[in-house]
Design a protein around this ligand. Structure first.
Ligand code: FMN
Ligand code: EPS
Length: 422
């Protein structure tokens, strides 16, 4: 199974990422990783750093001649900012004078909503710099780098992943809009807010502009879709083996994500049972679903239809019109420290979500199918699918129930509860 770890501070020399457990034989290229790192910087509303951050990459281990070799994959991403921070973020002791002016000035006015205050309490810091450096979402670059490898592995198995923005503040894509497929990724990335619906995208951009002019910040929701999954990843047998639980944990582990939905999520809770699930129909002897409200997961396992998960991001905590806080040095009321910051990072959070979903799914694939080489994983998947008895075979295609409704009695409960009880 997969294990992964990241290290590195936002203004330290570099980020480090290690992915252990990937089979041998997966094509791996720094270009794939570079592409995803560039996608993570996209999005209208991001701050100044994203314009100059270069994401200098080194593939340190785990590959030979363009293919993984089964050993831990190590990736380094240098921080362009580092030359300005060599003293303030030096791992070695520095002269006290560094903390008297400029970047080194102690940050004693914690930002509500960031890790500043609790980081000081928990780790015993006298200022928030050491806490915010690691809490910062700069770290997500390392996760996206590993996610690019996981996505490539999944792609080799015919599994395609895509993310898109479905809401910025109160501006949301209509629920009836078509879902994008992996082939749409360039179109989505070309959109300023990574939204698939052009009319909604324009209103999202307006909302971000209004927010910036008001000296405020804004959140939103992204959706990740995964096509081509086999049925049966994850399990119902224990809470921590349920795939929805693992996906929710992975998405919630992204900085500023405060809500996760699987499929129609909260909306499902408002529907009656008769219209909340995905009824099954037999079409030419193959079981089909007539909707995908469950988001491709039932009983903590993939159903084989499109996997669909959403992540809600809160507005950025570094509000330009700074929030009320307390200067922990003097005990006086104050305004929170403000530094260069994003106004909206929702589009980027979708790329991070995509990476986290890919890592969880790559892990679930290896857990179910095992295999030390890509070919062995492929063989194991093929054997599993071939062994599913004909009468249990399902299709990933969502059918229009109306087209076959005439052929079946779709009211098995009868017209009244008493009739049904009989
Ligand atoms: C892609 C991305 C970019 C972010 N950029 C900023 C930022 O510029 N300023 C900021 O205050 N928070 C930013 N955040 C959010 C903070 O990292 C996050 O709020 C902080 O670590 C506290 O964690 P919590 O919000 O989960 O409680 C960003 C998050 C993501 C995912
Ligand atoms: C650096 C990144 O995002 C950063 C995330 C972040 C935060 O507090 O989370 C604060 C900002 O950092 P800085 O003050 O250095 O500009 C963002 O730019 C990145 O995504 O690569």
């Amino acid at each position: 199974m997969l294990r992964w770890l990241t290290a590195g501070e936002s203004h330290g020399p570099e980020l480090l990422a290690i992915l252990e457990g990937m089979p041998a034989g997966i094509p791996i290229s720094l270009d794939d990783v570079r592409t995803d790192l560039a996608r993570r910087k996209l999005g209208y509303g991001r701050g100044g750093r994203m314009k100059f951050e270069q994401d200098q990459l080194t593939l340190s281990s785990g590959a030979r001649h363009g293919f993984t070799i089964g050993s831990p994959i190590g990736i380094r991403i240098e921080n362009t900012e580092w030359p300005k921070w060599t003293e303030v973020m030096s791992p070695e002791p520095v002269d006290e004078a560094v903390f008297e002016t400029g970047r080194g000035t102690p940050l004693t006015r914690p930002r509500p909503g960031h890790a500043d205050l609790i980081g000081m309490q928990k780790y015993g810091f006298t200022e928030s710099r050491p806490a915010l450096e690691r809490a910062s979402a700069r770290e997500t670059a390392a996760r996206v780098a590993l996610g690019a490898v996981a996505k490539r592995f999944l792609a080799e198995l015919g599994i395609g992943t895509i993310s898109h923005t479905i809401a910025i503040g109160t501006v949301a894509v209509p629920e009836t809009a078509a879902w994008p497929v992996p082939e749409n990724v360039d179109a989505i990335d070309a959109d300023p807010v990574r939204c698939f619906d052009a009319e909604t995208s324009a209103r999202m951009v307006e909302a971000i502009d209004e927010t910036r002019h008001a000296g405020d910040t804004i959140g939103g929701v992204t959706e990740t879709l995964v096509y081509g999954l086999p049925p049966g990843l994850g399990s119902y047998v224990h809470w921590d083996r349920r795939l929805d639980s693992r996906l929710a944990g992975a998405l919630m582990g992204i900085q500023a994500i405060k809500g996760v939905e699987v499929g129609d999520g909260f909306e499902t809770s408002r529907r009656p049972g008769s219209t909340a699930h995905d009824p099954l129909y037999s079409v030419d002897g193959v079981i089909h679903r007539a909707s995908d409200r469950a988001g491709g997961i039932e009983g903590g396992m993939t159903t084989g239809t499109v996997l669909r998960v959403r992540a809600a991001m809160k507005p950025i905590a570094t509000v330009p019109r700074a929030l009320h806080t307390v200067d922990v040095n003097t005990g006086e009321n104050a305004t929170a420290h403000h530094q260069r910051s994003d106004v909206c990072a929702v589009p980027a959070s979708g790329v991070v979500a995509e990476a986290m979903v890919a890592l969880v799914l790559a892990d679930a694939v290896l857990e179910k199918f095992g295999g030390d080489s890509l070919n062995e994983v492929r063989r194991n998947i093929d054997n599993y699918l071939a062994a599913i008895p004909a009468h249990l075979r399902t299709s990933a295609e969502i059918i229009d129930a109306a087209s076959i409704d005439g052929e079946i009695d779709d009211t098995p409960m009868g017209d009244s509860l008493s009739e049904w009880r009989v």
